[in-house]
Design a protein around this ligand. Structure first.
Ligand code: FAD
Ligand code: EPU
Length: 358
């Protein structure tokens, strides 16, 4: 059904719209190409109080069941420079822009900062939700403001970077998932900036590329792209949503005690001096899950933090496997794992140790 500014379908399959590739159906699915149509669409009585899921490319979602209410995709994909001065530019990108397209677009215009975030799947609209991060950089550093439609008032609003409350895989948007529809993101990007190549493996990759001396920002993006391609399964070939769990942030004393008992455990600084971040991949691998497979649900052979769909796994099967993994890590190390992707149509629950043995 075509309306002004959007296309609506009833009982639509979402199998091609999530990178796990699991089957689930949306009661209603709207592809919105004109953001100005949103207030009228959302004001309609059948939408006003119905469940709403804003969907990007589905690369950080686990659909554990069918989705009631409205699934809404923002598809407009414009990029514009709003301000340009000697040191930086203010770039605005629509929610529907592919994230890596934006990274390439900015690097191609001599703007830097996003190179360490190259090749992260998904849309610009989803990037602030969990404050996407990789290889020592998070998007929050560059966000000038986020343009949203507030679902409660049906009015557009702009949140400044500080109001977004970015943290590790966290933001105000993640905490109130049905309140804001992100329509565009504004990034302040510098024209010169020291490259960040300190994350494990980046220097080696640049050396393997034959780069000598200070690399360019584009070379750093390429090195990170190569590392990512090697380390993570490609969702087009093997369904996955990247890291399934966040790296757990624990009190420094807890990390010290674990490190004393398990010297191999990678421990990194946390959000404050009193906390540390542990490697979830290491904990999961030590608990015996790397490469594990049950039917078509499994754990990637090349990275213990990535749950995979070998073909026809359901979202519920993947969710149950995630619960078993978390239960076994809790039993063995006393550390709670929290899923990173949004779980829709099901509830994540660590399963007791009896059910959790790998
Ligand atoms: P979706 O999965 O469609 O949605 C994710 C969440 O955002 C949902 O809660 C959804 O409701 C919400 N959302 C989406 N768009 C909007 C909007 N316009 N307004 C309001 N809410 C919205 N993430 C990292 O941080 N770092 C990585 O290195 C990384 N690597 C990955 C590697 C692989 C192989 C994969 C598959 C995923 C990886 N991810 C990584 C996770 C994922 O790429 C990011 O979370 C990405 O931002 C999700 O974008 P999406 O468009 O697919 O969002
Ligand atoms: N490790 C293992 N076993 C494995 C893989 C890794 O023990 O199978 C250990 C190694 O010691 C390794 C350490 O874990 O040094 C860290 O691994 P990696 O560099 O792959 O990083 P990560 O902590 O597993 C995080 C993000 C990724 C991001 C990378 C690079 C989270 C939850 N994940 O992964 O983000 O790309 O760092 O910055 O923070 C995502 O969010 O979906 C994602 C892929």
């Amino acid at each position: 059904m075509r309306q002004a500014g959007y296309r609506l379908a009833e009982d639509a399959s979402l199998a091609g719209r999530n990178t796990f590739g699991v089957e689930a159906r949306a009661e209603w699915l709207a592809d919105v190409h004109e953001p100005d149509a949103l207030p009228d669409l959302l004001a309609q009585p059948w939408v006003r109080f119905a469940p709403l899921l804003v969907l990007g490319e589905g690369s950080n979602l686990l659909l554990a069941g069918d989705v009631p209410g409205l699934v809404l995709c923002l598809t407009r994909a414009r990029i514009a420079v709003l301000e340009d001065d000697a040191g930086s530019a203010l770039v605005e990108a629509d929610a529907g822009v592919n994230w890596n397209d934006l990274v390439r677009w900015t690097l191609g215009r001599g703007l830097c900062g996003l190179e360490n975030l190259a090749l992260i799947p998904g849309t610009v609209g989803a990037a602030p939700i969990q404050n996407i991060g990789a290889y020592g950089t998070e998007i929050g550093e560059f966000i000038d403001s986020v343009a949203v439609l507030d679902r409660e008032t049906l009015r557009p609003r702009e949140l400044g970077g500080g109001e977004c409350r970015f943290g590790y895989r966290d933001s105000v948007f993640r905490r109130a998932p049905e309140q804001y529809l992100i329509t565009a993101v504004r990034l302040r990007l510098p024209k010169a900036r020291a490259v960040r190549t300190g994350y494990a493996g980046v220097g080696e990759e640049l050396a393997a590329m034959g780069v000598q001396g200070e690399p360019s920002h584009r070379q750093v993006a390429e090195a990170i792209g190569r590392l990512r391609t090697r380390k993570l399964p490609n969702p087009a070939l093997l369904g996955n949503a990247g890291s399934f769990f966040k790296n757990p942030v624990v009190a420094a004393e807890v990390a010290d005690a674990l490190k004393a008992a398990h010297p191999g455990l990678p421990v990194h600084p946390g959000d404050s001096a009193a906390t540390r971040k542990l490697s979830a991949a290491w904990l999961i691998e030590q608990a015996g899950w790397k490469g594990h497979r049950e039917g078509d649900a499994g754990v990637a052979a090349q990275h213990a933090l990535v749950l995979v769909n070998h073909g026809r796994a359901s979202g519920a099967e993947l969710l149950r496997l995630a619960g078993r993994i978390a239960g076994s890590v809790q039993a063995r190390f006393g550390v709670a794992l929290e899923p990173e992707p949004r779980i829709v149509g099901g509830r994540f629950q660590p399963l007791p140790p009896a059910e959790a043995a790998a």
